[in-house]
Design a protein around this ligand. Sequence first.
Ligand code: COA
Length: 162
Amino acid sequence: MENRIAVYPGNFDPVTNGHIDIIERAARIFPKVVVAVAASREKRSLLFSLEERVSFLKDLYQEHTCVEITSFNGLLIDFMKQHNAQVIIRGLRAVSDFEMEFQFALMNQQLAGDIETLFMMSRSTYSYLSSSAVKQVIRFKGNVSNLVPACVENALWAKFHG
Ligand code: COA
């Protein structure tokens, strides 16, 4: 694993403690973890701009030399090749994630057979968590302080309640 670069891709709209748990566990295995924030999403619109989504992660990891935060546009596989990265990290929260992730991993395998997808099971505390659920709770002024970092909670409040 000495030189292996792992990439954890996602929309991170916004990053939650579930994502952070995966990043931190991956960073214990790989010497370098690149968190790659997707510039755009095809099916649903995004609440936060790319700059905002990247900046939450950069705030959290500014002191961690083994975690790099960046963004990408286009195919993940092209980004992987540009960064000489070999492993894609994906989190699995429940069986319901499996089908989509399976399809995604096989498509990437078909596009680049030398790049592996590694799945990490979500910690049970976060297996129900999603960015949409957090947005919904805060929209109705519920408490999300144990689900997202403080910088994200503040930004969500500002977005929904001024
Ligand atoms: N903890 C908490 N939430 C988690 C989680 C975890 N460990 N893992 C996933 N989630 C949630 C996210 O919060 C998000 O919730 P939402 O739907 O409510 O917003 C949802 O699961 C999925 O998010 P994420 O893990 O960020 O993945 P994604 O589906 O947003 O990301 C890309 C998909 C960007 C990685 C993928 O579309 C991609 O690579 N696109 C580039 C194009 C490409 O290469 N396509 C070829 C393959 S077909």
